[in-house]
Write a protein that binds this ligand. Structure first.
Ligand code: FES
Length: 217
């Protein structure tokens, strides 16, 4: 743990916003409601993607976990509102945050808060076999929700190529299926197996490898 703490200065913030955390300790219920309000503008802005821009669809589909065929929308930073394509991210660069979107209307499935994902691109040659099976052209999609107590993971350790949760400093290895490098988390980060569709978009090849979210015991 001391080694991890000592490397704190090497970590980059994935997101600089003050979005409420969804960990079980913060008791903050604002994420879903705020996300719903925020994405109204995003949806209107991407009318070329087949959206009406007038109202969100029934929240039913938006409260479902990621589904096969879903694309992924970046929801923070300079590429906000962009759908992830195979060549968008820099290999080894900082992950970006987002949500899966419905294939018919490109609406973020953000009512189900544990759908929040981190998208990143890594060197395929450095991945273990399990991770290669989850990836497409080096792209990977992991849960952004720490498996310890549910904080949103916000730090990228570029040198080590690790994700770190700021709450209690659990470290996860995205080159090894999201395995736990150091706790207190005990469970690896769930992932979404992905593939590239005919238009070059990253899409879900299947649902979550495991249920995302905080440990229940
Ligand atoms: S919530 Fe405790 S380490 Fe992430």
């Amino acid at each position: 743990m001391n080694d991890v703490r000592g490397k704190a200065a090497e970590a980059e913030n994935i997101s600089d916003d003050n979005d409420p955390c969804c960990c079980t300790e913060c008791d903050d219920e604002g994420l879903s409601r705020r996300a719903v309000m925020g994405y109204g503008a995003a949806i209107a802005a991407v009318g070329g993607l087949g959206l009406s821009g007038t109202a969100r669809a029934s929240e039913g589909p938006l409260n479902m976990p990621v589904q096969p065929g879903d694309r992924f929308m970046i929801t923070r930073g300079k590429m906000k509102k962009t759908l992830l394509t195979a060549d968008l991210l820099e290999t080894g660069g900082k992950p970006v945050e987002g949500f899966p979107v419905t294939p018919d209307t490109n609406e973020p499935r953000d009512v189900y808060r544990n759908n929040r994902v981190l998208m990143l691109k890594l060197d395929t040659a450095s991945m273990d076999a399990e991770t290669k099976g989850l990836s497409a052209d080096g792209n990977l999609v992991y849960s952004a929700i720490c498996t310890h107590k549910g904080c949103t993971i916000k730090s990228w350790m570029k040198k080590q190529q690790h994700l770190r949760c700021h709450c209690h400093l659990s470290v996860f290895n995205p080159l090894s299926g999201g395995s736990v490098e150091s706790g207190p988390a005990r469970r690896q980060l769930p992932a979404v197996p992905i593939e590239i569709d005919a238009e070059g978009y990253v899409v879900a090849a299947a649902g979550w490898t495991e249920t995302p979210g905080a440990a229940t015991k």
